[in-house]
Design a protein around this ligand. Structure first.
Ligand SMILES: Nc1ncnc2c1ncn2[C@@H]1O[C@H](COP(=O)(O)OP(=O)(O)OP(=O)(O)O)[C@@H](O)[C@H]1O
Length: 363
């Protein structure tokens, strides 16, 4: 089922939680909503599920207006972070629940329900747990049961809200791989919410980055990592070093900065800011440079240093220790920035780029 959301807004009291969302999800696609806490991810998911209603905008699923449909008529599978399995029901009964409560005309027979549940438990690799109760399961097992319950009704759309949020890192990784397999096998259009970048990029076909009620960027992992569409996305993706530069003929320059590795950009002349990751910066000894090494440490593999300017600006640098020049505290250094996003100063932080970053001019 394809999903088309257009011009969607939602306000709670005075907060505009969704500020005009436009999003197309293709039939069978697996899409992640990624963003910091409070950016509106869950609200968007709840609107698709029919648990919230927008103030304006459209929601069409396979061409049908879902805002005219009650939640129970949407045939949606929904899994929350705090999966609420019924504690007094066995695994088997939890999974069967959605089928058992179907209206009489649509409800499969007892034998059909039993067969469906057996098939799902085998598919989810939890058949040996059929007669256990939720309290007797691990977090990862409970999560699989929750997913089994959501899948039992053969949902047209599967919505997962931080499905692995409460689990530890190793189990999350296992379940991610497993969920990807489930998605490929069932082919249901799936949207999941996460604030974990690795999870979003590993699992999803496309990632939707949300910030403060807006979609900041939609794309694939490499694209979002290398070409953030806004300062917000750059910061969110770990480009925590933010420095003023001057753009002239598509080239950025700044005091004590070597920016010759950056491609020319189709951006207007004038003041701008660059956003770089500490791991994309190299400190290079230079007696004439305005930066000095103010702290220096090593993790064995990497040197972590802080470079400081007389005006108090500080920059974190992480560079491979092997092959690094000899550096000591107080040494003057230039900063060579090997990759960075550049945004003209006139832009509002969350606006779309004046010119797409990808439109780089050949040197
Ligand atoms: N029922 C409600 N009444 C009032 N405000 C609400 C309600 N539901 C959500 N909000 C507010 O809307 C904003 C967005 O919430 P939402 O849960 O959609 O964000 P989120 O991106 O999913 O965050 P998180 O990652 O923390 O779950 C928040 O500021 C939240 O406090």
């Amino acid at each position: 089922m394809s999903i088309t959301i257009s011009g969607m807004t939602k306000r709670f009291d005075r907060t505009e939680v969704l500020q005009g969302i436009d999003l197309d999800v293709a039939d069978g696609e697996l899409v992640a909503l990624l963003g910091p806490s409070g950016s509106g991810k869950t609200t968007l998911l709840k609107i698709i599920a029919g648990l919230e209603w927008p103030d304006s905008g459209r929601l069409q699923v396979a061409g049908q207006d879902w805002l005219q449909l009650a939640a129970r008529d949407r045939r949606i599978g929904f899994v929350f972070q705090h999966y609420a399995l019924f504690p007094h029901m066995s695994v088997r009964d939890n999974i069967a629940f959605g089928l058992e409560v179907m209206p009489r005309g649509q409800r499969p027979s007892r034998a059909q329900i039993a067969a469906k549940v057996d098939e799902l438990m085998a598919f989810l690799q939890i058949d040996q747990l059929a007669d256990r109760y939720p309290a007797q399961l691990s977090g990862g097992q409970r999560q699989r049961v929750a997913l089994g319950r959501a899948l039992a009704i053969q949902p047209r759309v599967l919505l997962l809200d931080e499905p692995f949020g409460a689990l530890d890192a190793a189990i999350r990784r296992d379940l991610r791989r497993w969920l990807r397999g489930v998605h490929e096998a069932t082919g249901s259009t799936t949207i999941f919410v996460t604030h974990d970048q690795e999870e979003a990029f590993e699992l999803a076909d496309r990632v939707v980055v949300m910030g403060a009620g807006r979609i900041e960027q939609i794309g694939h992992a490499d694209d979002i990592h290398d070409h953030p569409a806004s300062p917000f996305v750059a910061r969110f993706m770990g480009a925590t070093v933010e420095l003023p530069v001057t753009l002239a003929a598509g080239r950025a320059t700044g005091p004590g900065l070597d920016l010759s590795a950056l491609p020319r950009r189709a951006l207007p002349d004038g003041p701008a800011r660059i956003f770089a990751r500490p791991a994309d910066i190299r400190a290079v000894p230079d007696p004439a440079a305005c930066w000095t090494v103010s702290s220096l440490g090593s993790t064995g593999a990497e040197l972590h240093l802080t470079a400081t300017k007389p005006d108090g600006t500080e920059v974190e640098v992480q560079m491979p220790r092997r092959g690094a020049p000899a550096l000591s505290r107080g040494a003057p250094v230039a900063l060579r920035i090997e990759a960075a996003a550049v945004f003209p100063d006139s832009r509002r932080d969350h606006a779309a780029p004046v010119l797409p970053l990808r439109k780089e001019i050949a040197r």
